[in-house]
Design a protein. Structure first.
Length: 452
């Protein structure tokens, strides 16, 4: 089995994670294949938790390794993955899997719905397992902090599943920003117009009281995990849970880790000082407390940091789109993507790793050279994590980087519950300083039988 490499100090781990740079591979003791070590030619023993849907794609990403076990609460949803890895032992409860196969598992891939990320991730980390977790990292700010702390203490290799972080375009975006290609960045306009009917479930609310039999292939109690007990309803499965805030994190939680990743990395945004949400008029914060609006505009204010000045991030989703400006001209505004404005130009990009990033206006683009490559390129996101395990270096989107990125989306999801109320955020104290009602959403309670 591959063991965590204790040669990487916490200080170096955090330093590298803060920049998001996938550091060059180093020759660590576990590369040499000595006693109790695993050589690069040997395969890593991996278990999957949540292996249907996105989980199936994640397991395909690590299929080069030894898939020893698979856990999923829905046999039908997981069927294709079970068939692809017939030698893997199957479980419904990931806790039973980790208990029984503790000594056989090196690393764990978590791709369950958002509300069960933390319980699975922390359980694996405390056993010393390396962890890859789909975005967002957790369902609450408290969970994010607990995950980050556990990962540091146990010195394991982690990776958030924002796959675009391993793309070449996001590296080019960062290098352009660092070269001053558009001058000092002042504003980021980000948006997502994807799957509007998925994220806004308000029209389906009248059907919530309907009675439905639980499919025999589904363990509904395990699917609920730490969330409060409620009757089964096909409204939630297999996709729509993303629009129910007891289980998902709405559009902002689902997409910010893709769309704002480039700016978080290039500008070292960190935590915002304030968050202010505006929502469409049909959204009632009390009546629709478990739902996400049809459209939002969420403004984050980031204080000056290091060499950069203050930056505003304006997030829009649903029918609320990025406005056109003179610098954009008649070029297409990204429906899902961002426009990053500096005092000497702008960069437009799509989702998942600043796809298709380019400089505006055209005159500025024509005079701007391709940046010098400062960030090592990697083959792909899963490869980066697996290689990090083998070499002992941090992965590019490790939890010290992916945690604050996730937290940004979670703060926005909280702000949605209190439209027009500017929330002042103290990240060190993990609390809103001017609106105590919002603090209750930072750490929602678990039901009996579930803990971190």
């Amino acid at each position: 089995m591959i063991q965590p490499n204790n040669k990487v100090t916490r200080r170096s781990f955090v330093r590298n994670a803060a920049t998001g740079v996938a550091t060059a591979c180093i020759v660590a003791p576990n590369v040499l294949g000595g006693p109790g070590r695993t050589a690069p030619s040997d395969r890593i023993n991996i278990a999957g938790i949540g292996v249907g849907g996105r989980g199936a794609a994640c397991m395909n990403g690590v299929e080069s390794e030894n898939i020893v076990a698979l856990a999923d609460v829905d046999d039908q949803r997981a069927a294709d993955t079970y068939e692809k890895f017939p030698k893997a032992k199957r479980y419904r409860d990931f806790r039973a899997m980790l208990d029984e196969l503790d000594k056989q598992i090196d690393a764990v891939v978590v791709a369950t719905p958002d509300h069960t990320h933390a319980v699975a991730v922390v359980n694996a980390i405390r056993r010393g397992k390396h962890v890859y977790c789909e975005k967002p990292l957790a369902h609450s700010v408290y969970e994010v902090r607990q995950i980050m702390d556990a990962a540091r203490r146990h010195n394991i290799v982690t990776q958030l599943g924002n796959q675009g972080h391993s793309a070449n375009d996001i590296r080019r975006f960062c290098e352009w920003i660092w070269d001053g290609a558009i001058g000092k960045v002042t504003e980021i306009h980000a948006a997502c117009d994807a799957f509007r009917d998925l994220y806004c479930q308000i029209d389906r609310l009248p059907h919530l009281g309907e009675k439905h039999a639980i499919p025999q292939t589904l363990d509904w109690n395990l699917w609920l995990g730490p969330s409060a007990v409620r009757p089964y309803n096909p409204l939630y499965l297999p996709f729509n849970w993303r629009g129910w805030m007891s289980f998902g994190t709405g559009c902002i939680g689902d997409w910010i880790c893709h769309i704002v990743d480039p700016s978080m990395w290039a500008l070292g945004l960190g935590a915002p000082a304030t968050v202010l949400a505006e929502v469409d008029s049909n959204y009632d914060p009390e009546k629709h407390a478990d739902l996400y609006p049809a459209a939002t505009k969420i403004t984050f204010e980031f204080p000056a940091k290091g060499d950069r000045g203050p930056v505003n991030l304006i997030w829009r989703d649903g029918s609320n789109m990025i406005p056109r400006t003179d610098i954009v001209g008649d070029q297409k505004i990204p429906g899902t993507g961002a426009i990053v404005y500096g005092d000497q130009g702008a960069i437009v990009h799509g989702s998942h790793g600043a796809g298709g990033c380019h400089i505006l206006p055209d005159a500025k683009a024509n005079e701007t050279k391709q940046p010098e490559e400062r960030i090592p390129r990697v083959k792909n996101h899963h490869w980066d994590w697996l290689e990090a395990i083998r070499t002992g270096r941090p992965a590019g989107s490790n939890f010290d980087y992916g945690g604050p990125l996730t937290e940004l989306g979670l703060l926005g999801a909280i702000a949605v519950r209190f439209p027009t109320q500017k929330l002042k955020w103290d990240t060190e104290a993990m609390r809103f300083t001017n609106f105590s009602e919002a603090n209750a959403l930072l750490n929602p309670p678990y039901r009996d039988g579930w803990t971190l």
